[in-house]
Ligand binder design. Structure first.
Ligand SMILES: [Zn+2]
Ligand SMILES: [Zn+2]
Length: 266
C-alpha cells in the first residue's frame, strides 16, 4: 500500500517546531513518501497575537524554504499549504493570505474558542477548569462548522482537538459531529485524520472513530496529517490512521493542487 500524502507538517519558523522544509522533506523521502505538503501556522493579523504563529515577515522565508525543498528533492511532490486559524470575523485576513502565494490548500483550524483562549495551549490549562466542558465542545464544533461553511478551506484540521487534555463532555457529542460533517459534505471540504493526538494526553487520533465513521457514511473524504513539529515526526502512525480510515468505511483520500481537489483510492 502506498503512503497517502502527509499534508500537515511544520517548520522551525513557527517558533515551536524544529527543522527546515528541506530537512522535513529528507525524512519523508527516507520513509518512502511520494507526496507531502507543508502547512505552517499562518501569520496572524498582529505579530504579538501569541507565541506560536509565524511572524508576518517570515511568510516569504517560508515560501522560499518550500521552494528550496522542491529543488533539493525534485522526485518528491511537495505541496504548499498553510494551517490557517479560523476565528469568526477574521475572514478577510484569510482572504488576504490566500492572495499572497500560489497555495495548494488551506487547512482550516480551530484552536481559539474565544478571542484570547486557544484550548490546546498547555499554558492555559486552567481555563478548562473555569469553563463548562460541554459548552467548550459545543463552541469548538460551532466554529469548525462555520469554518467548513466559509469556503476558505479545503481541509479542516484535527476535528476534535478539544479532547486533547481529556476534558470530555457529559452530553453525547454525536449531534455536533453530524452538523459538522453535513457542512463538510455540502461545501466539499475534506476532514483531516491527524495522528498528533496519539502523542498527547488523549492518546487517540483526531478525530475519534465515531466521527471518522460518520464522515465515511456521508461520503466526506479524509486527508492524513502527522502534524509533525520535527522531521522525525513525519508520517508518524500513518499505518494506524490508514487502518482507522479503512475500518470506518473510507475508500478515498484527496490530493490538492492549486486549491483543486482530486479524489484517489486508498
Ligand atoms: Zn504547532
Ligand atoms: Zn493545529
Amino acid at each position: 500500500m502506498n503512503l497517502p500524502p502527509d499534508y500537515h507538517m511544520h517548520t522551525h519558523l513557527c517558533r515551536h517546531a524544529t527543522g527546515t522544509a528541506t530537512e522535513v522533506a529528507a525524512h519523508a523521502v527516507k520513509l518512502g513518501f511520494t507526496e507531502i505538503g507543508f502547512s505552517e501556522h499562518c501569520p496572524m493579523p498582529r505579530d504579538d497575537w501569541d507565541e506560536w504563529h509565524i511572524h508576518q515577515r517570515d511568510l516569504d522565508t517560508y515560501l522560499a524554504q518550500v521552494e528550496q525543498a522542491r529543488r533539493d528533492y525534485p522526485s518528491l511532490i511537495i505541496r504548499l499549504g498553510l494551517e490557517v486559524d479560523f476565528i469568526p470575523g477574521q475572514e478577510d485576513w484569510v482572504r488576504q493570505l490566500a492572495a499572497r502565494a500560489p497555495w495548494d490548500y488551506f487547512i482550516g483550524a480551530v484552536h481559539y474558542v474565544s478571542d484570547t483562549w486557544a484550548l490546546d495551549n498547555p499554558y492555559a490549562l486552567d481555563e478548562w477548569k473555569r469553563r463548562d466542558v460541554d459548552e467548550v465542545w459545543a463552541e469548538y464544533f460551532r466554529r469548525q462548522t462555520l469554518a467548513a461553511e466559509s469556503g476558505l478551506f479545503e481541509i479542516i484540521a484535527h476535528p476534535d482537538l478539544c479532547k486533547k487534555f481529556r476534558f470530555y463532555p457529559k452530553n453525547d457529542p454525536a449531534p455536533l459531529y453530524e452538523k459538522f460533517v453535513n457542512a463538510l459534505r455540502q461545501h466539499d471540504v475534506a476532514m483531516e485524520l491527524n495522528t498528533a493526538g496519539l502523542r498527547k494526553d488523549c492518546q487517540e487520533i483526531y478525530p475519534s472513530a465515531a466521527l471518522v465513521r460518520i464522515a465515511a457514511q456521508a461520503g466526506v473524504p479524509v486527508t492524513f496529517g502527522s502534524d509533525a513539529h520535527a522531521p522525525g515526526e513525519v508520517g508518524a502512525a500513518f499505518a494506524q490512521a490508514l487502518t482507522l480510515a479503512k475500518d470506518s468505511g473510507h475508500t478515498q483520500t484527496c490530493r490538492f493542487n492549486q486549491r483543486k481537489r482530486e479524489l484517489i483510492q486508498l
